[in-house]
Ligand binder design. Structure first.
Ligand code: NAD
Length: 251
């Protein structure tokens, strides 16, 4: 398939999980993909090139986009997949860890969008795809700093849609459920209540990174040309409603 042929895309957090899956899907669809990550470990064949970028570093964000435009002449989409898990009940929260969570998940997303907007405003086109979480749409026990950051990503994205729609730039936010990536395994594998979390997904399973990449592909492609300002749950029904197991009687 080459439905993204001719498009130039930047994926942050591309060394692992959801970012790596997005980079691979875009490459498979014919895009030129520049992956970036704070760790230098590109997935084989997923990106045309790979650069080191800590999303908190504003100067480096500027340099990376300048290099993309120098080498490829444009930037059609950015996916802000870089992120970290964090949280805990507020009375136990360490302020430095709270700040790290906001800096990477929220401020890093803002900076990735800010520098993508330069070429996109010149082109009068572009697709900004942020990655929040179902935890940015509703609260959950112990979520605190992570939920606060991801809720910020949801509203930041809606504001981007408001501010830049007239320039032909779309902004949408993917809100994944629990997706089996290295981040998931680091956090959920140790939870005695992992089965309860799985059961909140109405499809009765956790998700795969490729399923998030499918949504990112839609939002990056011209198939979503009239879609902007959306916070799209890709979550197996996690936020569809409360589930008490009653449907087990008829399914
Ligand atoms: N896996 C899930 O269940 C899940 C659910 C909802 C949302 N998300 C979000 O999806 C995104 C991707 O998560 P994942 O599950 O693929 O995790 P992951 O840990 O597999 O990948 C995240 C990547 O981000 C990179 N990263 C971390 N800090 C960075 C920084 N300062 N600058 C640049 N890169 C940095 C990491 O090196 C890693 O490669 C994150 O924003 C995460 O919060 C994940």
């Amino acid at each position: 398939m080459t439905r993204l042929a001719g498009k130039v895309m930047h994926v942050t957090g591309a060394a692992s999980g959801i970012g790596a899956a997005c980079a691979k899907r875009f490459t498979d669809e014919g895009a030129v993909v520049i992956g970036s990550d704070v760790v230098d470990a590109p997935v084989d064949g997923a990106c045309a090139s790979f650069v080191e970028l800590d999303v908190r570093d504003e100067g480096r964000q500027r340099e990376v986009v300048e290099r993309i435009v120098d080498e490829h002449g444009r930037l059609d989409a950015v996916v802000t997949a870089a992120g970290v898990a964090s949280g805990g009940p507020v009375h136990l929260l360490d302020l430095d860890e709270w700040q790290r969570c906001q800096d990477i998940n929220l401020t890093g997303t803002m900076l990735s969008a800010k520098y993508a907007l330069g070429p996109m405003l010149e082109q009068r086109s572009g697709s900004i795809i942020t990655v929040a979480s179902v935890e940015g749409l509703e609260g959950c026990e112990g979520g605190s700093s992570y939920n606060a950051a991801k809720g910020g990503v949801v509203l930041l994205t809606k504001n981007l849609a408001n501010d830049y729609g007239r320039a032909g730039i779309r902004a949408n936010c993917i809100c994944p459920g629990f997706i089996q990536t290295p981040m998931f395994h680091a956090v959920v594998d140790h939870m005695p209540w992992a089965d309860k979390i799985r059961d909140q997904h109405k499809l009765g399973r956790f998700g795969e990174a490729s399923e998030i990449a499918g949504a990112a592909f839609f939002l990056a492609s011209d198939d979503s040309s009239f879609v902007t300002g959306v916070a799209l749950p890709v979550d197996g029904g996690y936020v569809a409603g409360h589930s008490y197991g009653i449907s087990e009687h008829w399914t």
